[in-house]
Design a protein around this ligand. Structure first.
Ligand code: PMP
Length: 282
């Protein structure tokens, strides 16, 4: 348990941290969040994470709770107070506290909560053997580009994966295309050798890891296509993997009961993982 949380202007002991029952995050999931990884005491890709926070807030017409510079100080101060070296900083902004009414409140002030969490590196066995994903229908709303705290379909998908002994659930849209995982972006290397991930439309969250890996595709020298791919194409792919701030680049060796490629993490996945780890360590 971390020692402190930041709640609306105060660093409070984590066990006592609380928000009001009429916070609109609690009432309506009327809020957004970000997760910034911390590695060796450094925040990774902090600016892109804050840019995406800005995007999410703008799309929902929620004001910044404080200036960007002040928020950066809060993230650093909480990291320092909690002695966080490896893990993540979680920050959540809601539209604030107001009597329950769907319309935007006139006077509410955006509410900010920040917490930290220690995390161990991904177990070597997962990286070496790869993980399994299961397919689930994508039952989410049509604005998955906003990093909203409304995550019930993601919760249900991840729970289903856990109950099936799988690492993640890949959500599949009505046309049979994979959108993304419940907390990760989805990638394949097709049977023709092209690296493919879905284009960042409103059907997916544009992962910060996804964006970094796209920049690294040049280094790895692989043909890259940003387009939707179907579950059938994924099951017939040579390689598959997922990306996220906490998992980095993680090989997938089974989709439902289909073995991907030869059942081992593939060469493109391994090269991209190494390139990404090099990027975050630099
Ligand atoms: N998609 C969803 C739905 C997510 O929740 C996440 C994790 N924030 C991602 C993709 C991966 O994004 P990132 O690389 O920024 O962690």
């Amino acid at each position: 348990m971390p020692r402190f949380a930041y709640v609306n202007g105060r660093y409070v002991p984590h066990p006592d941290a609380a928000v009001h029952i009429e916070d609109r995050g609690y009432q309506f999931a009327d809020g957004v969040y970000e997760v910034v990884p911390v590695q060796n005491g450094r925040m990774i890709d902090e600016e892109p994470h804050l840019d995406r926070l800005d995007y999410s807030l703008r799309e929902l017409r929620i004001a910044w709770p404080m200036s960007r510079a002040a928020l950066k100080l809060v993230l650093r101060e909480l990291t320092r107070r909690n002695g966080l070296t490896n893990g993540l900083v979680y920050l959540q902004v809601t539209r604030g506290v107001a009597p329950r009414d769907h319309k935007f409140p006139k006077a509410a002030k955006p509410a900010l909560v920040v917490t930290t969490k220690r995390m161990n590196p991904t177990p070597a066995a997962l990286v070496e053997r790869g993980v399994r994903v299961i397919a689930v229908p994508d039952i989410r709303w049509k604005r998955c580009d906003i990093k909203s705290v409304s995550l019930l379909p993601n919760v249900l998908g991840k729970q289903k994966a856990a109950e099936a002994g799988a690492f993640e659930a890949w959500q599949v849209d009505a046309e049979g295309f994979v959108t993304e995982g419940t907390s990760t972006n989805a990638w394949i290397v097709t049977s023709d050798g092209a690296l493919v991930t879905r284009n960042a439309d409103a059907a997916i969250l544009n992962g910060i890891t996804r964006q970094a890996v796209i920049r690294l595709t040049n280094e790895v020298g692989v043909a890259f296509e940003e387009r939707p791919f179907s579950l059938a194409e994924a099951k017939a792919a040579r390689e598959a993997f997922l990306t996220s701030s906490s998992g980095h680049v993680l090989p997938i060796t089974r989709i439902d009961d289909a073995v991907v490629g030869d059942g081992k993490p593939g060469p493109v996945t391994k090269r991209l993982r190494a390139a990404y780890l090099g990027y975050v360590a630099a």
